[in-house]
Design a protein around this ligand. Structure first.
Ligand code: F0G
Length: 454
């Protein structure tokens, strides 16, 4: 029987209470956190949509695997499980564990990039960009033009602009581009997927110029499922076959296992290049650990070995993508402006369209995120002027959905809260910065309403 209701494809064995606060309490808590939701104690948050990273619930299979963790310093059996599982999906010859995604990025760029180099990506995530800039190279975003327009609906809005990639290579020269990256799904671009056709075209350009292609694979399973749903010729393939086909187009990847690895910590770096792998392992030993654990416990490696496979299960992916779309569609139907179409791991509110009366230098995204907390104890994150300064092309508020954590009634509650804020949007006021750090200011900034006390 094909029903309309898509239920969570699991039942709950262990529960974690969440705490209600009153509106009055939240007003005080928000003031004490200087209107920056990063500074809130998590216990004072009812529904935490700050990130989908490391916040997922593990399965009984993963918890069982954790008990099998082999904590040997070298040659751990858990590493073999981890490597075999990763290779089964990703197909790369060398698998290097790291404590999370950014550690894989730091090692990759330290080995492959030098000052003056240029690294193109559909859209760099902020740690990816920061790690490239840290070695003196330049990170260039090349999304398709529609990727920067919140309201435009396209099935693969995360794609890279292939013509712009060719132009960049012609302009700066192949020798200054040590690698090209493709982020699946495109997180900073709204959690939008990349099509197989686009990955193939990017791969062909890379091959033609002899440039290695690396995937930022954090949300590879969600991307594979979007391809199955939306791209011609893939309906009959499994998400795993689709992921395998995509990774075969590249030379390696970085991965945060805190996303589609279904783990609370971990990551890895893969490559087919034995010389690079050797250099990467040397760096790994310096800061992460011996190459058979790379900053992780044996039990973490076991959890990831199971998790990357579970993320590709069709029942799970059907529910995952449907529940994110459910949130997006229910608020969009009432007129709430969101990045369209709904992405895989998150819904992004378009704060500039939501609060057109708030000037950009009064941080409409921060104001909106603060209201969602005040109204219903929901924590989200601004991705806009506070995060990127005047370089921000959009002011978004991301509602990222942790994997397998919240049920449909939690999401119904989130919808109700957003619609209540939408109704009184004209009365929401802007914010003013009272403290900022010299870099990555969004994590620690202090703000206050432009007219405190109103
Ligand atoms: N690449 C992408 C596309 C990401 O979304 C992230 C993390 C990373 C790399 C870095 O991985 O956190 O394990 O070091 N994104 C999280 C987020 C933090 O909230 O979107 P990490």
């Amino acid at each position: 029987m094909l029903t309309k209701t898509i239920i969570e494809p699991f039942r709950i064995k262990s529960i974690e209470p969440i705490r209600w606060t009153t509106r009055e309490e939240r007003e005080g808590l928000l003031r004490a956190a200087h209107y920056n939701l990063f500074l809130l104690p998590a216990d004072d948050v009812l529904i935490d949509l700050l990130t989908d990273s490391g916040t997922g619930a593990m399965s009984t299979q993963q918890w069982a695997a954790i008990m099998l963790g082999d904590e040997s310093y070298a040659g751990s059996r858990s590493f073999d499980h981890f490597r075999d599982s990763v290779q089964d999906i990703f197909g790369y010859q060398h698998v290097i564990p790291t404590h999370q995604g950014r550690a894989a990025e730091r090692i990759l760029f330290s080995v492959m990039c030098k000052k003056g180099d240029v690294v193109p990506n559909n859209t760099h995530f902020d740690t990816t960009r920061a790690n490239i800039e840290f070695v003196g190279a330049e990170a260039v975003d090349l999304p398709i033009p529609e990727g920067r327009q919140p309201a435009t609906r396209l099935p693969f809005k995360g794609n890279m602009d292939v013509a712009a990639l060719e132009d960049l290579i012609a302009r700066v020269g192949r020798e200054r581009i040590p690698l090209v990256m493709l982020t699946v799904t495109n997180n900073s671009g709204g959690g939008q997927p990349v099509s197989m056709e686009n990955a193939r075209a990017v791969s062909a350009v890379c091959r033609k110029h002899g440039i290695p292609l690396y995937f930022d694979a954090c949300r590879f399973a969600e991307n594979a499922y979007f391809i199955k749903l939306r791209e011609e010729g893939y309906a009959a393939k499994t998400p795993k076959q689709i992921a395998q086909e995509m990774f075969a187009l590249g030379d390696g990847c970085t991965m945060s296992a805190k996303k589609d690895g279904m783990a609370n910590i971990g990551g890895f770096l893969c490559t087919n290049d034995a010389v690079l792998a050797g250099q990467e392992k040397d760096l790994l030993i310096l800061t992460e650990g011996y190459p058979t654990y790379g900053g992780l416990a044996g039990r973490d490696l076991e959890a990831i070995a199971v998790g990357v496979q579970e993320s590709l299960e069709e029942d799970y992916l059907r529910y995952r993508i449907a529940s994110t779309a459910y949130l997006g569609n229910h608020i969009a139907d009432q007129g709430v402006p969101i990045v369209q179409p709904p992405g895989g791991h998150a819904i992004y509110l378009d704060a500039r369209a939501f609060l057109p009366h708030i000037p950009l230098d009064q941080f409409p995204g921060v104001a909106l995120a603060a209201e969602l907390y005040l109204e219903g104890g929901i924590r989200s994150v601004e991705i806009g002027t506070l995060m990127f300064g005047t370089a921000a092309t959009m002011d978004l508020v991301r509602l990222a959905i942790p994997r397998r954590v919240y049920t449909q009634s939690h999401i119904d509650y989130v919808i109700e809260v957003i619609l209540a804020v939408w109704k009184r949007r004209e009365r929401i006021q802007g914010m003013r910065l009272t403290f900022e750090a010299p870099f990555l200011r969004h994590f620690t900034a202090h703000l206050e309403p432009v007219r405190p006390g109103t």
